[in-house]
Structure formats: structure tokens, C-alpha cells
Write a protein that binds this ligand. Structure first.
Ligand code: KG4
Ligand code: ZN
Length: 356
């Protein structure tokens, strides 16, 4: 089976072609991402109207190139998958409608994919994992999804069987990185900018809050971090102007922010593992390419005798391979979407609303 996936939920236009191999795994034949980050950077964040116009401009040539690289054409594709949400409606509509139109023209089935499920499944498609062979169904485990829009802890029983354990009550982890970076006048997206400076900083110099760390639940909160940085800046520079920060203070502050976010994520993941007794943790989403987070989780998992599954770095941020992979697993299970399926800005993952 060959599946073509399209991703256009935010500021990356992406197309991928996956092939099921004889052992039931999945092989990436092509995976292209056209990032709009340089375009949105001048505004300090994503402008929805610009995003959708750009998806519409970029998608046809990306489709052509992805098919060429995969050495196939549309009638050799067995199913088409596209992100149906969550995301920016006008941006989602470009990829979703294109996926439906291709399915209709080729007479093949369509799978509308939840972007978060794409992230959740990405560690099982690729690369580093102590888990079963790549390209297989997710085994029962705890999933930590940390993206720009969401921070979630889920108890996964199998494909489509996800129970919500905890979520961010305010900003998502990636959003916290992005907002603090904006306060420091660092370019969008802030995660990689803070991460790079944090490598040269001393995390112990500034004591930043770790909200809800010791509360007896699995929810997160990151908005207090912004406030703490806001109050700290005027004590470090005249008028709180981040441009007046010396290089070392900037790096120390970035290290403090990263350490606070990583600490909260790691402690909550640890608690979820303990409460559930699960022996596997998967971590996905843009923030999961953060090396400090990967190292801290690897350490916790090794000490608890828990396996850790992470996507390869290129599959952490938005991409279409994860969408095609989710589409492939649903297609294998005979789960398809009607061509009437609308996009949803804020859909729930299956079973997502139920808490323990
Ligand atoms: O999953 P993703 O590509 O998009 C969403 O679905 O939201 O995640 C993007 C987020 C951004 O907030 C970005 O700042 C963050 O991932 N990010 C990072 C790093 N690279 C990207 N955060 C921390 N450290 C990084 N190295
Ligand atoms: Zn994403």
C-alpha cells in the first residue's frame, strides 16, 4: 500500500509518500517540507491569511516533486491522507481539500488525520526507538505530545484509543518558548533560539518558577514563566530592554527558561508512568527535538526501566510523513473518511475528552 499525506495546518506546507513494506512496516519514499517561517518571522508569529495563501501557492509543485521523488504517479497511490485539524481553518482547508480532490480524481479512499495523532504516531514511524519495529501500530504506552499549540499526556491503548491524563491549562510548552523569546526580542520560532543560547548558559543563575510541579495531577502550566521573565528583565537592564542584556545574561536566562520547562515536562511524564505502570514512553511534537528534554527523559526512563520512543529530529516538527503514516495505519484498519468530512480547528483525539 502507498499513501500520500498532506500537512498544511499552520506554517509548513508538506507532502510525503509512504510505502508499506512486506514486513508490515512503513518506508518513507519522499517527504518534503516547505517552511513559511522566514515569511512569518517579520511579524513575530504566524499570520493565518498569509499562511493559507502560501500553502495554496506551494502545494502543487510540492505534490509534483514528492511524487517524482517517490517515482510514482497519482494512480499508484492507494489512499490519500490530509490534516483535518487542529490548526488554522483557512490553512487546513488548502491541504484537506486538495487531498479530497486527489482521492476523488484517483477513485481512491481519503483519510482525514488529526494532526496531534500524527505527532503521537511519529516515534513509531522512524528512527530512534527501543520499541517494536518501525512502521507498526503503537503498543500500549504513555505519550507526551509537546508542540507549539499543545502539551498533552495521554494513556495510549492502541490506534485511536487515547485517554487524556493531563494537558496544559494555559500556554503549550512550545508556546512558552515562543512567547518568552518574543519578550527577549529573539526571532520566531523561539524554541530553537532559546535552546541554542541555553547551551551556553548557567541554568542555576536565575530561579524561575516551575508551576504545578508538585501538584497531585498531570496538568501543566507555563504562563507563570512569562510573568517571571517580565518581572526579571527590569532588574537586569535599564527599562527592561532585552537588547541591553549582556550576552552571558541572555544565555543564562535562556538556560533558566529551558530548565524550568524541561523540569515540569519530565516530572509530569514520570508521574504518569508511575501511576499507569506503563513501560514505554513516547515523546513527540516540535519541542521533542530539544536535546535537553530528550536527555532528561532518557535518564528518567533508564532509571525506571522504561523504554523511550522518540521521532528522528526531522519528524519532530510539522511534516507530512506523520500524516501519511497515521493515514496508513487507519487505512490498514479499514478506517476511511467521507469526502464530506469538514476541517475542524479544534477537534478532539478519539477518547481524548475522558480523564481518569
Ligand atoms: O509540532 P510543531 O512543529 O508545530 C505545532 O504543531 O505546533 O512545534 C513547533 C514548536 C514551536 O513552538 C517551536 O518553538 C518548538 O516547537 N521548537 C522547540 C525546538 N524546536 C522547535 N522548542 C524547544 N527546543 C527546540 N529545539
Ligand atoms: Zn505540529
Amino acid at each position: 500500500m502507498r499513501v500520500l499525506g498532506i500537512e498544511s495546518s499552520c506554517d509548513e506546507t508538506a507532502v510525503a509518500v509512504l510505502e508499506e513494506d512486506s514486513g508490515g512496516g512503513a518506508r518513507i519514499l519522499s517527504s518534503l517540507v516547505s517552511s513559511q517561517i522566514p515569511l512569518h518571522r517579520q511579524y513575530g508569529g504566524v499570520i493565518p491569511e498569509l499562511a493559507s495563501r502560501n500553502h495554496s501557492g506551494r502545494l502543487p509543485s510540492l505534490l509534483r516533486e514528492a511524487l517524482q521523488t517517490a517515482q510514482c504517479d497519482c494512480d499508484q497511490i492507494d489512499a490519500f491522507a490530509a490534516t483535518g485539524g487542529p490548526g488554522l481553518v483557512a490553512a487546513l482547508l488548502v491541504g484537506h481539500t486538495t487531498g479530497k480532490a486527489l482521492a476523488l480524481a484517483a477513485g481512491k479512499p481519503f483519510v482525514s488525520v488529526n494532526h496531534l495523532e500524527g505527532h503521537l504516531l511519529s516515534p513509531f514511524l522512524s528512527g530512534h526507538s527501543d520499541t517494536p519495529e518501525n512502521g507498526q501500530l503503537p503498543p500500549p504506552h504513555i505519550a507526551l505530545i509537546v508542540s507549539g499549540g499543545h502539551s498533552l499526556l495521554l494513556d495510549v491503548e492502541g490506534l485511536g484509543k487515547y485517554r487524556l491524563l493531563g494537558r496544559s491549562r494555559d500556554d503549550a510548552a512550545g508556546e512558552a518558548f515562543d512567547k518568552v523569546a518574543r519578550m527577549l526580542d529573539l526571532p520566531y520560532p523561539g524554541g530553537p533560539q532559546i535552546d541554542e543560547r541555553a547551551e551556553r548558559g548557567d541554568a542555576a543563575r536565575f530561579a524561575l518558577p516551575r508551576p504545578m510541579l508538585y501538584e497531585n495531577n498531570l496538568d501543566f502550566s507555563f504562563s507563570g514563566l512569562k510573568t517571571a521573565v517580565l518581572h526579571l528583565l527590569p532588574r537586569l537592564t535599564p527599562n527592561g530592554d532585552p537588547h541591553e542584556l549582556d550576552e552571558q545574561s541572555m544565555c543564562d536566562l535562556c538556560a533558566g527558561v529551558r530548565a524550568a520547562i524541561v523540569d515540569v515536562l519530565v516530572q509530569k511524564a514520570k508521574r504518569a508512568l508511575k501511576l499507569s505502570g506503563k513501560k514505554l514512553l513516547s515523546v513527540s511534537g516540535g519541542v521533542s527535538c530539544n536535546a535537553a528534554l530528550r536527555d532528561a527523559l532518557a535518564d528518567v526512563c533508564a532509571r525506571r526501566g522504561v523504554a523511550l520512543s522518540l521521532p528522528t529530529p526531522e519528524l519532530t516538527t510539522d511534516n507530512a510523513s506523520m500524516i501519511a503514516f497515521a493515514g496508513m495505519l487507519h487505512a490498514r484498519a479499514g478506517q476511511f473518511s467521507s469526502l464530506e468530512t469538514p476541517v475542524e480547528p479544534n477537534p478532539q483525539l478519539a477518547g481524548y475528552a475522558t480523564r481518569s
